[in-house]
Design a binder for this molecule. Structure first.
Ligand code: ADP
Ligand code: KDG
Length: 314
């Protein structure tokens, strides 16, 4: 197993013809969840990934697990429980104004506990991927995150953390405290500039890099949307520009695509800058297709995109 991740995936409803939820009478049903988005991205790029979660004993839960299994992700650790599968609605007003409505309180995944993360399972992995969404779901989810990170550290599995700040899920004060606690226990972190600003009250990217490093992270990647990504580790820093996207169709999931691309690069032993090029490419590709995971490329699609971009430059 290359990567293990855990968290909540929801049935995702979006107005079929775009537009506002208030007026839509038909919806497309897809599935989305930061951690399974990353898992699917990695699987499409040829890596072995496991996703741990809980789903409801309901039709959406069954459909979701079948979908994620169909993407080649190991779902052997997913449990079916007597609580509903979470749902979320996504309304894209424009590329920089996306509104989500969650129906996930008391959901199946919010009942995750330490007992759902088996040491034997985590110990097979090279990387444990965590997001800041999971600890916001419930106290037991928060404890599960801390427990999984502690075990990963003991076993020597590298921890990758994406803060994925979701202000609708918890108070700013609690979010800041918990996310910083997790940053201090992580090896690699993948915040966006806005998340750095939220955590440290600072928007200068270099200063943010230093703040994250002095908070305990060993490698810090700061995403700067359509501009590109910065990296910082002991004594080294750099920047890799993003790809040009003519029209963003759906920005949700770009950060997860970026994470999948970056982890894929690390697994393939690429340099940090080459891994970031892959991350930027996958992130950009996700924005060009409607849905959280639909735009995640397979290996050939990624190669074609990179080749195309080189040809455009010439
Ligand atoms: P999230 O908010 O989901 O974390 P971001 O908006 O930070 O996602 O985007 C993640 C990555 O996806 C960026 O760092 C970049 O590589 C790529 N990306 C996102 N939006 C664009 C865009 N408009 N043009 C090019 N690349 C983009
Ligand atoms: O990063 C994309 C996720 O935000 C989306 O798939 C839904 O997991 C989700 C969440 O909690 O918002």
């Amino acid at each position: 197993m290359d990567v293990i991740t855990f968290g909540e995936t929801m049935a995702l409803f979006a107005p079929e013809n775009g537009g506002l939820m208030k007026y839509a009478s038909s919806y497309n049903r897809k599935f989305g969840g930061a951690e399974s988005n990353v898992a699917i991205g990695l699987s499409r790029l040829g890596h072995n990934v496991g996703w741990i979660s809980k789903v409801g004993n309901d039709e959406l839960g069954k459909g979701m697990v079948a979908f994620i299994r169909g993407e080649g992700v190991d779902v052997s650790q997913v449990k079916v429980v007597e609580a509903p599968t979470g749902i979320y609605f996504k309304e894209i007003r424009n590329h920089s104004d996306v509104r989500v409505q969650y129906y996930r309180h008391g959901s199946a995944a919010s009942t995750l506990t330490k007992a759902d993360i088996l040491d034997e399972y985590v110990s097979q992995a090279k990387y444990l991927h965590i997001t800041g969404i999971t600890p916001a779901l419930s106290d037991s989810c928060y404890e599960t995150v801390l427990h999984a990170m502690k075990k990963a550290k003991e076993i020597g599995v590298t921890i990758i953390f994406d803060p994925n700040l979701r202000k609708k899920l918890w108070s700013e004060e609690k979010a800041r405290k918990v996310l910083l606690e997790i940053v201090s226990q992580s090896d690699i972190i993948l915040p966006g500039v806005a998340e750095g600003e939220f955590l440290f009250g600072e928007s200068d990217i270099s200063t943010l890099g230093d703040k994250f490093l002095s908070h305990g992270a060993k490698l810090v990647i700061i995403k700067d949307g359509a501009n590109g990504a910065h990296y910082f580790n002991e004594g080294e820093e750099g920047f890799v520009p993003a790809f040009k996207v003519e029209q963003v169709i759906d920005p949700v999931g770009a950060g997860d695509g970026f994470a999948a691309g970056f982890i894929s690069g690390l697994l393939d032993q690429l340099s940090i800058t080459d891994a970031l090029t892959r991350a930027n490419a996958v992130g950009a590709m996700v924005t060009q297709v409607s849905g959280d995971v639909e735009g995640l490329p397979d290996q050939n699609e990624l190669l074609d995109f990179l080749k195309q971009d080189n040809e455009d430059v010439k």
